[in-house]
Design a protein around this ligand. Structure first.
Ligand SMILES: *Cc1c(COP(=O)(O)O)cnc(C)c1O
Ligand code: SF4
Length: 399
């Protein structure tokens, strides 16, 4: 493949064994403008982008991810995700350093507890590639400082007290940059808490450093089932034979893999790009989960799409391709409101007991409501003792 030849152009001295060694990849990551210029002919915008963002956010690209960059095209999606441009140094009013208001929900330093039954656990502040669109850069920039072993113990102690938490999403930073032994230690501590029903690990390793996913890691993860890996492919160009091998290795070992993509203006903001990405994910048995609207974060205005663009894209997927290839379009509300989802409007009118829909082709169909509307489940009272429904604000639907 093209990757192979770019690899030998960029790193002619690397042996196969070195290239496949994730620690070699980390040691040889590109971290400065000077190094980067030796590998890729940069545009003026990128060169100045590197200079102007130098004190704002880390530059870091693994040799593997670097080998996927199209050296000719400034709009190469891999390039746009890893090489800064000047716009990244600009901030606009309303943009936030902590766009999701997470710092108001951090009872201890390594935990974000925003939703009733699940938490985010920040395991470390390092990544294999520093994504230009990272909205958790207040942490991944290193400005906050790393997360210590004691702080992780403090997080476990918090979870021990909070028995309402049944789902822990481990993120960071990239948890797969922990040594397998450290990761196992953390997972074992979580598994000792009987109320934790499931674990998710958010990681970009299958995309940016797929050689990290070896048999040892995959086997280790299997022990902690139900454990889901949630990865972050944003463009079909990232779905290489190496990335495929990493994802398939996880799935073959019994670890389900989901994908969260971020919608980015002029990088993947077309029906063509998103449809291809989602379909190719499924060919690796990776299930599309969220498509994220870009957060209102400092320096990312140039990558934000209008809300309508994401809805248009979903409209181009639903019905036109496999339902499993259609992600949820999520907007994480600025200031800490949490995630909500958007979708195209299919119910277009109500006529008496009938709702009028337009389908994916724009044709109209009516759906009649049933006569009986009582939806309480009598057996709930018999079957459930533990779960009570939370009081919620009344849902408003089309009238
Ligand atoms: C996204 C997120 C989660 C997980 O949300 P799901 O909708 O369950 O995937 C949990 N905590 C925080 C703080 C989040 O941002
Ligand atoms: S891998 Fe995730 S946390 Fe790390 S820089 Fe990329 S988006 Fe940010």
């Amino acid at each position: 493949m093209q990757t192979q030849s770019r690899r030998s152009e960029l790193f002619p001295d690397a042996t196969d064994a070195e290239w496949r060694d994730w620690r070699w990849q980390l040691r040889h990551g590109v971290r400065s403008l000077e190094e980067l210029q030796r590998f890729i002919p940069l545009t003026e915008d990128e060169r100045r982008g590197c200079e102007e963002t130098k004190n704002i956010f880390r530059l870091g690209i693994s040799p593997y991810y670097l080998s996927l960059i199209d050296p000719q095209h400034p709009f190469c999606p891999v390039r746009m995700q890893s090489i800064p441009v000047r716009a990244e140094a600009e901030t606009h009013s309303g943009e936030l350093r902590d766009p999701l208001g997470e710092d108001h929900h951090r009872p201890v330093r390594a935990i974000v507890h925003k939703y009733p039954d699940r938490v985010l656990l920040l395991a470390l502040d390092h990544c294999s590639v520093y994504c230009r669109h990272c909205t958790r850069r207040r942490i991944t920039s290193g400005d906050e400082g790393g997360i210590s072993r004691e702080e992780l113990q403090e997080a476990i102690a918090y979870l021990r007290q909070h028995t309402e938490v049944r789902d822990v999403l481990i993120s960071g930073g990239d948890p797969f940059l922990l040594s397998t032994a450290r990761l196992i230690e953390l997972l074992e501590a979580l598994r000792e808490l009987k109320h934790i029903e499931m674990i998710r690990i958010g990681t970009r390793i299958p995309v940016c450093l797929p050689m990290r996913v070896d048999d040892e890691l995959a086997k280790a993860l299997r022990r902690f089932a139900p454990l889901f890996v949630v990865t972050h492919f944003n463009h079909a160009k990232e779905i290489t034979p190496d990335a495929r091998e990493a994802c398939e290795r996880l799935v073959d070992h019994g670890v389900p893999v989901e994908n969260q993509a971020v919608l980015m203006r002029r990088l993947n903001s077309s029906v063509t790009a998103i449809k291809d990405l989602m379909q190719k994910c499924l060919t690796m048995r990776v299930r599309p989960y969220y498509l994220h609207q870009m957060d209102v974060a400092e320096g990312l205005e140039h990558l934000r799409t209008p809300l309508a663009a994401g809805v248009e894209i979903l409209d181009g997927l639903r019905g036109w391709t496999t339902g499993m290839a259609v992600p949820h379009l999520a907007v994480d509300l600025p200031g800490g409101g949490g995630k909500v989802t958007l979708q195209p409007e299919y119910a277009i009118a109500r006529q008496g007991r009938e709702t009028i829909f337009r389908n994916y082709r724009g044709e109209k169909y009516a759906y009649p409501e049933p006569r009986e509307t009582d939806c309480t489940v009598p057996y709930d009272e018999v079957f459930y003792t533990k779960y009570n429904e939370q009081p919620r604000p009344r849902l408003r639907i089309l009238t």
